[in-house]
Ligand binder design. Structure first.
Ligand code: FMN
Length: 308
């Protein structure tokens, strides 16, 4: 797949997952075979107002050769201002979030709420496209709910507004993350536009990766939840090296320590440790201890007793 002049080798992308896809995890997924990993969801407004925490979220790792930043917002001029900021200079692709279902986002008319206001969504995309020479991409869902499925019309609008590619998550906003992703609808989007379409939703192994490509004929695949505790999924798909879970656990912590203070790592890694421990038989006691531990090295030692 090519987005603008940017070539994707494996056509595989780690999905953005706010609060989860930290710089270390993204780096690991890329070493495993993902071409790119979308960074943390960034508020255009917070960026424009120089919010310090937001600036810190823009950190990237040296192996992120294709850097993608994802912005959200509902004001075209603020979005355009954000796109022009020097802090975004290092990014290769600007992605606009039009699929986030979280109430605090949609109640502000942002994220998936923009699927209900296609004219405003178009103004936002045009404003961003006019503000930069970089490719602008859009990530959205099938529609707001089952009665308002408008992804085909929305995709055509994105193309008309100048988007260089789109990602379609095969669920409506009101499904949040439950129910089955509708790959048939993603296929309809793919056949309606000429720009690259990235398929997303419910890819959990090499079989479902092959199935989504076969069903949708999309240009690339984006994987989210199935990567948690299992970055190996990318290596399995591309035929890369097999590593143990403990290898990933240790690498994740080691890399994070290059970027963040221990205080952050302790709290952040608890959820990742539980994902790495998922499916481990008789691991309940260790999971309970790890989920409250305030010492990362102790957690690693404990995990070593049940994980290879
Ligand atoms: C914890 C979590 C956080 C997410 N955060 C974002 C986000 O910031 N931006 C976004 O576009 N999608 C976000 N998503 C949606 C994923 O990118 C993806 O579209 C969705 O999980 C479906 O893909 P999957 O079935 O492979 O997980 C998030 C999903 C989860 C589970």
């Amino acid at each position: 797949m090519k987005i603008g002049n940017i070539e994707f080798k494996n056509n595989l992308i780690l999905a953005p997952m706010a609060g989860v896809t930290d710089v270390a995890f993204r780096s690991i997924c890329i070493s495993c075979g993902a071409d790119a990993a979308v960074g943390e969801l960034i508020s255009a407004k917070a960026l424009v107002y120089q919010n310090k925490k937001t600036q810190e979220m823009l950190v990237t790792s040296p192996n992120e050769k294709i850097k993608i930043v994802q912005l959200f917002g509902s004001e075209p001029d603020v979005m355009a201002k954000a796109v022009k900021l020097p802090q975004l200079k290092k990014f290769d692709i600007i992605d606009i979030n039009m699929g986030c279902p979280a109430p605090k986002i949609v109640n502000n008319g942002e994220g998936a709420a923009l699927m209900k206001d296609i004219n405003l969504a178009e103004q936002i995309i045009r404003a961003c496209v006019n503000a930069t020479d970089k490719p602008v991409t859009v990530k959205f869902r099938l529609g707001w709910d089952s009665k308002r499925i408008n992804c085909v019309e929305f995709a055509r609008m994105c193309e008309r507004a100048g988007a260089s590619a789109i990602t379609v998550h095969g669920r409506t906003r009101d499904m949040f993350y439950s129910g089955k992703a509708d790959w048939g609808m993603i296929a309809k989007v793919k056949s309606a536009v000429h720009i690259p379409v990235i398929a997303n939703g419910d890819v959990s192994n090499i079989e479902s990766y092959n199935s989504i490509l076969k069903k949708t004929h999309c240009d690339a695949v984006m994987i989210g939840r199935a990567t948690l505790g299992n970055p190996q999924i990318f290596a399995d798909i591309v035929g890369g090296t097999k590593h143990t879970k403990m290898y990933y656990v240790k690498k994740h912590v080691k890399l994070l320590r290059k970027y963040y203070p221990e205080r952050f790592i302790v709290a952040h890694m608890r959820k990742h440790f539980l994902w790495y421990l998922k499916g481990i038989k008789d691991g309940a006691e260790i999971k309970a201890k790890v989920s409250v531990s305030d010492n990362v090295d102790n957690s690693i030692e404990l995990m070593q007793t049940v994980l290879k």
